[in-house]
Write a protein of this length. Structure first.
Length: 250
């Protein structure tokens, strides 16, 4: 039975990934900063209230895995926030730091402590949640874009460092994923651009080859594949799950 940790796994994409791994017969634990969501995780999944950007909390979390589970097979470094939506000339430094702190520092800490568990076993899979915003620029989203590019660079370096120890690392780059987060992003972007939310949403969908937004289950299916033996030679890759986005400015 594979042992799986999903950070920010009590909500949104993370919860859908956690459910998919549990349905596949894995032992799944999630972390989140949302106490209400942590208390409401489905049966068969355990949960801890934990800030992925807090090194002390993350160190304690992974120490618990070492003691209780004896190791970790799959790490989904999924924690992230949308960050501010603003023109670069209006961007606040505190907002910038907060966005990078959650999205990039959280990924680094997960990789740091995950490696300490996986290296002795000479096996393991790390799956980082980046974004198609990590593959190109997105207007009015500078901190988020910078963080998600950083996640891909982190992933590629981790893949190089840990490959000789039998550990693979990849990043999933979702496009616009249906759910509460994209609803908030669209609302903020509509306000920043003076557009209606419906027009912004349609712009996101029409800018893809598939002409629709991604579902969280699409992302979960890719995570299951990357964690499987079928992907045993897939490492260091940033894989878009987005219906092929080609217009990034709706």
């Amino acid at each position: 039975m594979k042992r799986v940790l999903v950070t920010a796994g009590a909500n949104g994409i993370g919860l859908v990934m956690a459910r998919a791994f549990a349905a596949a017969g894995c032992r799944v634990h999630v972390t989140d900063v949302d106490a209400e969501a942590v208390a409401a995780v489905p049966d068969g999944i355990t949960a801890t209230l934990c800030d992925a950007g807090d090194e002390g909390a993350m160190a304690a979390l992974f120490a618990g895995f070492a003691a209780d589970w004896g190791g970790l097979d799959v790490l989904c470094a999924n924690a992230g926030i949308k960050g501010p939506t603003a023109a670069i000339e209006d961007m606040g430094l505190d907002d910038w730091h907060q966005c990078l702190g959650v999205n990039l520092d959280g990924a680094m800490l997960a990789a740091k402590y995950g490696a300490r568990l996986m290296k002795p076993a000479r096996s393991g899979v790390m799956i980082f949640t980046s974004s198609t915003s990590g593959l190109y620029g997105t207007p009015f989203r500078a901190p988020y874009v910078a963080a998600k590019w950083g996640v891909i660079g982190l992933m590629k370096t981790v893949a190089m460092e840990l490959g000789p120890h039998g550990i693979r690392a990849n990043a999933i780059c979702p496009g616009s994923v249906n759910g509460p987060r994209i609803d908030r992003v669209i609302a903020a972007e509509a306000e920043a651009k003076g557009m209606t939310e419906g027009a912004v949403r349609q712009g996101y969908a029409s800018g893809t080859a598939m002409k629709r937004l991604t579902d969280p289950e699409d992302v979960a299916d890719m995570a299951l594949f990357l964690a499987s033996d079928a992907a045993r030679m897939v490492t260091g890759q940033a894989i878009a799950v987005d219906g092929m986005t080609y217009n990034v400015d709706p």
